[in-house]
Ligand binder design. Structure first.
Ligand SMILES: *[C@@H]1O[C@H](CO)[C@@H](O)[C@H](O)[C@H]1NC(C)=O
Ligand SMILES: *[C@@H]1O[C@H](CO)[C@@H](O)[C@H](O)[C@H]1NC(C)=O
Ligand SMILES: *[C@@H]1O[C@H](CO)[C@@H](O)[C@H](O)[C@H]1NC(C)=O
Ligand SMILES: *[C@@H]1O[C@H](CO)[C@@H](O)[C@H](O)[C@H]1NC(C)=O
Ligand SMILES: *[C@@H]1O[C@H](CO)[C@@H](O)[C@H](O)[C@H]1NC(C)=O
Ligand SMILES: *[C@@H]1O[C@H](CO)[C@@H](O)[C@H](O)[C@H]1NC(C)=O
Length: 416
C-alpha cells in the first residue's frame, strides 16, 4: 500500500518534470530553422549591420567538429573607410515558437563571443536603460507573437566586454519582481525588478530587467578555455529556471538525452519564480529563440571602462569597431540547441500545437477553437498590472514529487 502510494509519487515526478526532445538545431541543417535579420542594430544602438545569410557575408559556417559558427566580421578593416561603416554581424531568430509553460531549452556551446566592445550589456545595466530600454543579448528568447517588450524576454546567456561571468535576466511588460536573497538558486540576484515600465504615451520606458549573476567565471570569461558548457532553461508554469553546467560538471548523458528530467539537475543557477509579486506564466508569451552579437552601442562608452580600461578614442566605435583585430574572439561555436517538452510544446503561429508529437496520444485542437489572432493583445499586455499567484502551484507539486521519488527509491532499496 505504502509502496503503491510512493510509486504514484514516482510517476507524478516523471510526468511533471520530464521533458522529451522535440526539436534539435545542429550541424548542416542548423540554419534552416532560423530567420536571418537584415538590419542595423536599432534595438540596442549597436555598431553592427546584421547580415542575411551564410553565403554573402561569410559570417556563419559549420566547422570540422560539426559545430555551428556565428561571428562578427574579423577581417574587414574600416579604419580608413570614407564613412563610419558598421561592422557586419549576425542576429538570427528561431522559426519555432514554443510553449512558455512547457519547454526546456538546452544550449550546448563551445565558445561564446568575448572581447572589448563585444555584446554590450554590463552591470549596472541601469545606466544602459535610462533613456532607452532594450531587448537584446546573446542567447535568449522573446515573444514569438508580439512586439517587445510585450510577451517578455528571457536572457539565458548575456555578457559583455571583459566582465567575469554571465548575467541571466527576465524582462516583463507586466509588473514583476523576484526575491532577493533567493535560496532556490545558486546565482546572485543583482536587480530584482523585471518590469519594463510604460510611458504615459504608451511607449516603453525604463527596465533593466531582473538580473541574476552566475558565480562561475566559466560561464563567460573562462568559458572557452574551460571547453565551454551547457545552459538548460526551463519554462514551467510557476518558474523560469536556468542551469549552467561547466563542461566537467555536465550531467552524464545530458547532451545526448532524449528526455530531460529537471528534478535531477539540482539547484538552478537562476530561478525566476511565480510569487505574489510576479505571475511568470502570465508575463510570458510563447517564446522563440534569438542569437545575436552586437558591438558598443549608445551607452557602451559609459560602461566599457569598467572592464576594458578608459577609452583613449572619442568613443567605443572609434576605439574598437573599426579594427577587425578586436574581433577574432567574437564568435559563437554551438554544438546544438535543443527544445524539449511534449505535444503542446512546439506551437504553430504561437498558439496552436504543431503536429509533431513524440507521444502517440497527441491531439490537435479542432480548428473552431483556433480563434486567437496572430497578435494577441491580451497576452503580456503592458497595461496589465496582474500579479496573480496561481493557486494550483504545479511546481511545488513537482518539488514534492521529486522528494517522493527520492523517498520511494530509498524505501524501495530498504525493502529489497
Ligand atoms: C537581405 O534581405 C533584405 C530583405 O529581404 C534584402 O532587401 C537585402 O537585399 C538582402 N541582402 C543581402 C545581402 O542578401
Ligand atoms: C571569410 O572569412 C575568412 C576568415 O575566416 C577571411 O579570411 C575571408 O577574407 C572572408 N571572406 C570574405 C569574402 O569576406
Ligand atoms: C524556495 O522554494 C520553496 C519550495 O518550493 C518555496 O516554498 C520558497 O518560497 C522559495 N523561496 C523563494 C525565495 O522563492
Ligand atoms: C525612468 O528612470 C528614471 C531614473 O530612475 C526616472 O527618473 C524616470 O521617472 C523613469 N521613467 C519611467 C517612465 O518610469
Ligand atoms: C500560420 O500562419 C501562416 C502564415 O500567416 C498561415 O499560412 C497558416 O495558415 C497559419 N496556420 C494556422 C494553423 O493558423
Ligand atoms: C502549453 O502547455 C500546457 C501544458 O501542457 C498546456 O496546458 C497549454 O495548453 C499549452 N499552450 C498552448 C498554447 O498550447
Amino acid at each position: 500500500m505504502a509502496r503503491s502510494v510512493l510509486l504514484f509519487g514516482l510517476l507524478l515526478a516523471h510526468f511533471a518534470d520530464a521533458y522529451d526532445l522535440v526539436k534539435t538545431y545542429s550541424g548542416n541543417t542548423f540554419f534552416d530553422d532560423w530567420n536571418f535579420i537584415y538590419d542595423w542594430d536599432h534595438w540596442t544602438g549597436g555598431d553592427v549591420q546584421y547580415q542575411n545569410t551564410t553565403g554573402g557575408a561569410n559570417l556563419t559556417s559549420v566547422n570540422e567538429a560539426g559545430n555551428v559558427i556565428l561571428r562578427v566580421d574579423s577581417w574587414t578593416d574600416i579604419r580608413l573607410a570614407q564613412y563610419e561603416e558598421k561592422r557586419n554581424s549576425v542576429r538570427i531568430e528561431g522559426k519555432q515558437i514554443f510553449n512558455n509553460t512547457n519547454a526546456v531549452v538546452m544550449f550546448d556551446v563551445a565558445h561564446v563571443p568575448t572581447g572589448c566592445s563585444v555584446c554590450r550589456y554590463t552591470f549596472p545595466r541601469r545606466i544602459l536603460y535610462l533613456t532607452r530600454p532594450k531587448s537584446g543579448g546573446s542567447l535568449w528568447s522573446k515573444s514569438g507573437i508580439q512586439q517587445w517588450p510585450k510577451g517578455g524576454e528571457v536572457d539565458i546567456f548575456e555578457a559583455v566586454n571583459r566582465m567575469s561571468a554571465n548575467q541571466m535576466a527576465l524582462h516583463t511588460a507586466q509588473t514583476c519582481t523576484i526575491p532577493n536573497p533567493n535560496p532556490n538558486a545558486s546565482g546572485q540576484t543583482l536587480l530584482t525588478d523585471c518590469t519594463v515600465t510604460t510611458n504615459p504615451d504608451g511607449t516603453h520606458g525604463n527596465g533593466s530587467g531582473c538580473v541574476v549573476s552566475d558565480p562561475q567565471p566559466e560561464s563567460y570569461s573562462s568559458f572557452a578555455s574551460s571547453s565551454g558548457g551547457v545552459w538548460v532553461a526551463e519554462y514551467a508554469p510557476t518558474a523560469v529556471n536556468i542551469w549552467f553546467f561547466t563542461r566537467p560538471s555536465v550531467p552524464s548523458g545530458l547532451t545526448t538525452a532524449a528526455t530531460i528530467d529537471t528534478a535531477t539537475l539540482g539547484k538552478p543557477t537562476a530561478n525566476f519564480p511565480t510569487s505574489d509579486t510576479c505571475d511568470i506564466a502570465g508575463s510570458l508569451d510563447p517564446q522563440h529563440l534569438v542569437i545575436d552579437i552586437t558591438l558598443c552601442g549608445n551607452w557602451a562608452g559609459e560602461v566599457i571602462a569598467d572592464t576594458c580600461g578608459a577609452l583613449t578614442a572619442t568613443n567605443c566605435y572609434q576605439q574598437y569597431v573599426k579594427d577587425p583585430a578586436n574581433y577574432v574572439d567574437a564568435y559563437f561555436e554551438i554544438a546544438s540547441v535543443k527544445i524539449f517538452g511534449g505535444e503542446t510544446t512546439l506551437l504553430e503561429n504561437g498558439t496552436i500545437p504543431i503536429t509533431t508529437p513524440t507521444r502517440s496520444s497527441a491531439t490537435i485542437r479542432p480548428s473552431s477553437t483556433n480563434t486567437r489572432s496572430l497578435i494577441a493583445p491580451t497576452i503580456g499586455d503592458s497595461t496589465s498590472t496582474s500579479t496573480t499567484t496561481r493557486p494550483n502551484d504545479a511546481h511545488k507539486q513537482m518539488v514534492w514529487s521529486a522528494g517522493g521519488l527520492a523517498l520511494a527509491s530509498a524505501l524501495t532499496a530498504a525493502l529489497l
